[in-house]
Design a protein around this ligand. Structure first.
Ligand SMILES: [Zn+2]
Length: 431
């Protein structure tokens, strides 16, 4: 229990820290609010990866669109730029062969956990649920809010929360320990948009907006050039996710984070949204950094750290298996990206690598779900129907509530995977 004055002091300290980081890193290429890269922490990965493995992961998973001169692969080491301005480099020495034991991390591979019983295939598995966004009071600010006529508004942060609340007891029944990256009633970050006004001003100045307006109107086309909009973005997109990561990496330390989202396509005016016919699903794991992102010192560091931790070797088979089960149970077709920010991986047809903040800064395997188009006619009808027992008919098909279907499909996918790698006899014929 801490009192109001201590909370205020804590916020002051955090804010000073954020400002210090931004000021200090102004010259370097650092994303706003990012932690300073700690390259010495990667010394423990010396001689733990072969040249072939490093090159394959770098070129096929993480830096699929090139990495300029920032990483130089030599015969027995890689030379990685730490800080382009200061001409500092990190030298990673390659191993001749993959060592039997890799450096320990806080998360454990599922196939390395002790054997599990068929009844409790998730026993001992530590899972954190990350219900995407905030919802409620914050949903309009997050631009994760729309309303059709006088019907209840659709708020993604509330939908993801409802799924998480149904999912958690299901996973616990199967033996998992389950925690949450956020609570329902308040953001994880103690900071608020007003705390970021000065940083917002500096971010805008970097893009050439030197006398920004303080505020914006709802239908303002240039709202991204106002201090309020930028400080809100720093609050809900940067600070909130980075605080969830601090909670996950320092306190919860799970074996796996499941990021729960609902997808949408451009809906235009949130008070008169466009509904579309397309409904689809995909899953994201970290990778596919763009050259501009690799040029940021913090993102390059986090990319190399993820690569060396071999987290992708856990993420890909898990994501592929969970996506296949999810697709089978929901009947949703795979989403096809029209942008070049991703790369399709695996065999299910549903999994992509993409460099999102949430997939990057949680230091354990992260599976990021993007099912259902909230503003599709069917998705919207099912969201409006709310949660219910049994099934109801949509487009001639009997369906569980969208929240229960989502939670069950995630549970079944994870269960199938755990059975296949942890339970004697492999995949249960009757999942
Ligand atoms: Zn989302």
């Amino acid at each position: 229990m801490i009192n109001e004055r201590e909370v205020q002091m804590l916020r002051c300290v955090l804010l000073l820290f954020a400002l210090f980081n931004l000021g200090q890193l102004g010259a370097a290429e650092i994303s706003p609010l990012a932690d300073k890269p700690r390259w010495p922490a990667l010394e423990r990965y010396q001689e733990t990866i072969t040249r072939d493995d490093f090159t394959r992961l770098l070129q096929d998973v993480y830096a699929t669109r090139g990495y300029d001169e920032l990483i130089q692969i030599n015969d027995d080491s890689a030379r990685i730029v730490q800080d382009a301005a200061a001409q500092k480099f990190f030298t990673l020495r390659f191993a001749n062969e993959t060592p039997h034991r890799l450096p320990a991390q806080y998360w454990r591979r599922i196939d390395k956990l002790r054997r599990a019983s068929a009844k409790r295939p998730l026993s001992g598995l530590n899972v954190t649920l990350d219900p995407g966004h905030l919802g409620g009071h914050w949903a309009k600010m997050e631009e994760r809010w729309f309303q059709v006529d006088e019907k209840p508004p659709v708020e993604e942060g509330e939908l993801t929360w409802r799924v998480a609340k149904i999912l958690a007891p299901k996973l616990r029944t199967l033996g998992a320990e389950v925690s949450f990256a956020r609570r329902h009633d308040r953001p994880t970050t103690p900071l608020r948009p007003d705390d970021f006004r000065e940083i917002a001003r500096q971010v805008l100045a970097k893009t050439g907006v030197n006398e920004p307006r303080p505020n914006y109107e709802a239908d303002d086309l240039d709202k991204d050039k106002s201090i309020r909009w930028q400080s809100e973005l720093l609050f809900y997109r940067q600070s909130e996710i980075r605080y969830r990561a601090k909670k996950v990496n320092m306190k919860l330390q799970p074996d796996l984070v499941l990021c729960l989202h609902f997808n949408a396509e451009g809906w235009g005016d949130p008070k008169n949204p466009t509904l579309i016919d397309r409904n689809h699903f995909h899953v994201l794991v970290n990778g596919s950094y763009l050259p501009d992102e690799i040029a940021h010192d913090d993102e390059r560091y986090e990319m190399i750290r993820r690569l060396l931790s071999r987290v992708y070797e856990e993420e890909l088979p898990l994501a592929d298996a969970m996506a296949a089960t999810f697709a089978q149970e929901t009947g949703l077709p795979p989403y096809q990206y029209t942008t070049d920010t991703v790369a399709k991986v695996g065999t299910s047809g549903y999994v992509y690598t993409r460099n999102l903040l949430a997939t990057r800064v949680f230091r354990c395997p992260v599976i990021y779900f993007e099912p259902y188009v909230m503003n599709s006619t069917e998705g919207f009808a099912r969201i409006e129907a709310g949660d219910y027992d049994g099934t109801r008919e949509f487009n001639g098909v009997q369906r569980k509530s969208i929240f229960r279907e989502y939670a069950q499909a995630v549970t079944d996918g994870l269960t199938d995977y755990c059975r296949s790698v942890r339970v004697e006899g492999g995949v249960s014929p009757n999942p």
